[in-house]
Design a protein around this ligand. Sequence first.
Ligand code: EPZ
Length: 417
Amino acid sequence: MSEFIINGKKRLSGEAEVQGSKNAALPILAATLLTKGENVILNCPALSDVDAATRILRCLGADVSRQGSALLINCDGISCPVVPDSLMREMRGSIVFLGAMLARCGRARVSYPGGCELGPRPIDLHLKALRALGAEISERHGVLECTASKGLKGAKIALSFPSVGATENIILAAVCADGTTTITNAAREPEVVDLCDFLCEAGAEIYGAGEGTVVIEGVKSLGAASHTIIPDRIVAATLMSAAAVTGSEIVLKDIVASHLGAVIPVFEEAGCEIKSYRGSLRIKAPERLSALSLLRTMPYPGFPTDAQAPLMAVASVCRGTSVFAENIFESRYKHVDGLRRLGADIDIEGKVAVVKGVETLYGAKLQAHDLRGAAGLLIAALCAEGKSRLSGICYLERGYESFETVLSSLGADVMKV
Ligand code: EPZ
């Protein structure tokens, strides 16, 4: 089991490139199932979750190879629409393969997806929407048998919540369906837009991606595409948090500032100076940060739940009291125990966390329980006095590519042992 050893209180400086987005890459990998010919997916991060998605593709009969940060994917040989339970359990994102497999093969067998434990993560919205598109779905002992014997047909689907995964699954099932599909209350996340961009490059007709209503005109078939994955806005927010807690000035390259629309004002409120220009962002933190008034996680364009844990590490060392409301997932405060071990003063009442900033955190032994929680603990350890040990970094590696190397190149003292 690997661990990180972190010697805190090192000032950061310099430039870091932000990796491609995990949550954009996963549905795009699923979307390649619908295409003919060789796809080139550029800026695809080397992460354990991306690796799991490539293993699903290979198990379905696809040809997948990596050349540096590009994945070459050819799905002409897809034969068997069954994903083994062991692969489905590796990550939550595996559920988007369901819509794509149904569209490609007319049937699919999958089990319930795994992923980080963030509380109950039902897939009722996915299944209801796929049924509306003509799929027959039965469930036995956790295995979903799905068929579309008469093919998938366009439908009007109103989501009761703008679920990212459900929106992606519907789009994947609908691009080659017969007729028009309209999704209202669709998720507007940049990762959904990136999926639609890939599909349109391959020949799909999708209108309104990034808006609340998305219209998909079914087409007969899709060709291959060459597509560059968008930069990861959560990795960018995590690196901004690293700069903030260490009182540093750094430059992030390869970012899309508009994707950070709800994140940048939070750092400014804490006293950081931020300038963004032509795909780069400079952040300069003050010696002591000011408290954040109320940080509420919301669907995009609201503040992302995935950046809540790193920002809680920031709030732990702000002057004054910050309040968090986690509105997306029920159990997304698992990093709080670790932050308290470092000396943070945090009270939780249901979905609200009250963080009274302390002047200094002190190194401790830490255990990560989920991906973003691991990032939050690592950020806090960067500004703690003395040495911290962080175990459970397999969670971090689901979403952050060689993060210890990125942080070390900025001057942090983080070692993987
Ligand atoms: C995606 O998960 C991301 N994962 C998550 O990132 C991210 O936190 C989340 O969107 C919200 O932004 C991927 O893209 C692979 P949702 P997803 O469906 O699609 C409820 C990370 O750390 N819901 O928008 O699973 C659900 O329980 C991860 O990178 C239903 O009730 O998110 C949750 O409370 C973790 N029924 C809320 O909606 C459903 O059928 C949001 O879920 C579907 C969802």
